[in-house]
Design a protein around this ligand. Structure first.
Ligand SMILES: Cc1cc2nc3c(=O)[nH]c(=O)nc-3n(C[C@H](O)[C@H](O)[C@H](O)COP(=O)(O)OP(=O)(O)OC[C@H]3O[C@@H](n4cnc5c(N)ncnc54)[C@H](O)[C@@H]3O)c2cc1C
Length: 440
């Protein structure tokens, strides 16, 4: 007998979960709070142009997901070689950042200290018996040694999250940061010294990987996925925020049989009726998200940058993208658009738009564009951009997920629903896996 699956949230995870459910013969209804589907990866039309909430490009690492997206996007899909940089200390480095690049930007005496620290950290990891620390500061020192932590990671991490590494969980470091080998770093540095003499350093630092985009930006992907779902019989409801989810203590008793939530975990807990126990509500409040603001700029200049995007360590923004370099159509054609991203707090000066003068000054200082060339600016916000792995968050996450596991016909997943950091294809895979798990 066909069962009915209700999905909360129409981002990449919810959309691909809907596709999986249809393929498995379920009836699907999906409820999305916003007017458009796509979540963080939705496109935003302002005037004649499309802007992404932080440049979003699809990776082809998951074959099944990629093939489905490829079919849905059809001829609108553009293949783009990845060309991305990190700007630090007046130089451009390859992105993703490699250890040897961090070290190559350090003055010789500090470099010697950092390498010694790194070597000790590696020996300690291999032969030492010290207990692992539970905060990000201890984890970064364990991974890279104290000098490199103090020189590079402490200030950068603090500025990015607005939280000192001492107050972030070690889990964040263990999941996201690669271990460096001091021996490899020295070997690579020696090679790099030779390379720098022989070739242009920036050119040598680039690595090419193919990404997938479109002339209207990231909106094509979610629009195409939504269209394909509708054609195959799914009921998609935009402008339909989920506010109340009724249950009897063991099952969700809304209309339908199975329920998949991809909305932020704290919101899911707050929506439950009757309310979750006080300790669960209290724990869900510890699961915080870092908001993000994008200043979407139309610039009277044909081209501003040489890369798809560049990360900045010492500016008010963390990343600036120029999607025209990935094939975005910009109107008028002799203009370009910039996607200027920064983490922030709700209602601070970045969120409200008051940071514009500082942003324009930093763009000019980086040689990207002059203030008078910015002819339009628009603000895009993400309240739930990055889950914050604060020190001790794991025990609160366990309280919340243990409680939710009592509901046999509900799963919570995706970036917001599992409180984690997937890319689009991984969030889609999470959605597909959750549907299969629900059916099992
Ligand atoms: C700046 C930035 C750049 C990124 N760039 C890339 C990239 O280049 N490539 C890549 O692969 N990934 C990228 N990502 C990651 C990608 O955005 C996420 O992996 C993906 O959007 C996660 O999908 P999701 O469906 O799990 O969550 P979301 O996209 O957050 O979707 C959740 C959905 O739930 C809806 N919702 C929330 N509350 C309710 C409610 N009460 N009722 C109904 N609906 C609700 C939201 O409106 C939203 O549509 C980037 C992320 C960020 C922040």
């Amino acid at each position: 007998m066909a069962k009915k699956l209700t999905i909360y949230g129409g981002g990449p995870c919810g959309l691909f979960a809907a596709h999986t459910a249809l393929k498995l013969g379920l009836e699907v209804s999906l409820f999305e709070k916003e007017a458009d589907f796509g979540g963080l990866a939705a496109g935003h039309r302002k005037g004649d142009n499309w802007y992404d909430l932080g440049v979003h490009m699809l990776h082809a690492f998951d074959q099944e997901i990629f093939e489905h997206c490829q079919e849905a996007m059809g001829t609108e899909r553009i293949e783009v070689p990845l060309k991305a940089h990190i700007r630090w200390g007046g130089k451009l480095y390859h992105y993703p950042l490699r250890g040897r690049d961090i070290l190559a930007g350090i003055p010789p005496f500090t470099l010697a200290r950092c390498l010694t620290g790194l070597l000790f950290a590696e020996m300690e990891a291999r032969f030492g018996s010290r207990e692992q620390g539970s905060d990000a500061e201890s984890a970064l020192v364990e991974l890279y040694g104290a000098p490199l932590y103090e020189f590079f990671f402490e200030d950068f991490t603090h500025r990015y999250w607005g939280i000192h590494p001492r107050d972030l969980s070690a889990e964040f470091v263990r999941r996201k940061m690669p271990r460096l080998s001091a021996v490899d770093v020295v070997k690579n540095l020696l090679e790099k010294l030779k390379l720098t003499k022989a070739r242009n350093a920036t050119e040598g630092a680039l690595r090419f990987e193919t990404l997938h985009y479109s002339r209207t930006g990231t909106e094509t992907l979610s629009r195409s996925l939504a269209r394909s779902l509708k054609e195959n019989g799914a009921q998609l409801h935009a402008n339909s925020p989920v506010k109340k989810i009724r249950h009897d203590g063991t099952r969700i008793i809304e209309e339908g049989d199975l329920f998949l939530s991809t909305i932020p975990l704290p919101q899911l807990i707050q929506s439950l009726a009757p309310p979750a126990p006080p300790e669960v509500i209290e724990s869900s409040a510890y699961l915080r998200f870092k908001p993000m603001t994008v200043y979407a700029l139309l610039v009277d200049k044909p081209k501003c940058m040489d890369a798809l995007y560049t990360y900045y360590r010492d500016r008010i923004f963390h990343r600036v993208g120029e999607p025209k370099n990935a094939g975005l159509k910009v109107t008028p054609g002799d203009h370009t658009t910039l996607i200027v991203e920064m983490t922030c707090e709700e209602d601070d000066e970045k969120w409200t738009g008051n940071a514009l003068p500082e942003i324009l000054a930093d763009l000019a200082a980086e040689g990207i564009c002059q203030p008078e060339q910015v002819v339009e600016h628009h603000l895009l916000h993400a309240r739930y951009a990055y889950p914050i792995f604060e020190h001790g968050f794991e025990k609160h996450l366990t309280v919340v997920t243990d409680y939710l596991s009592k509901f046999e016909n509900l799963r919570t997943t995706g970036r917001q629903g599992a409180f984690t950091y997937p890319n689009m294809h991984s969030a889609m895979r999470m959605g597909a896996d959750a549907v299969e798990d629900l059916i099992d």
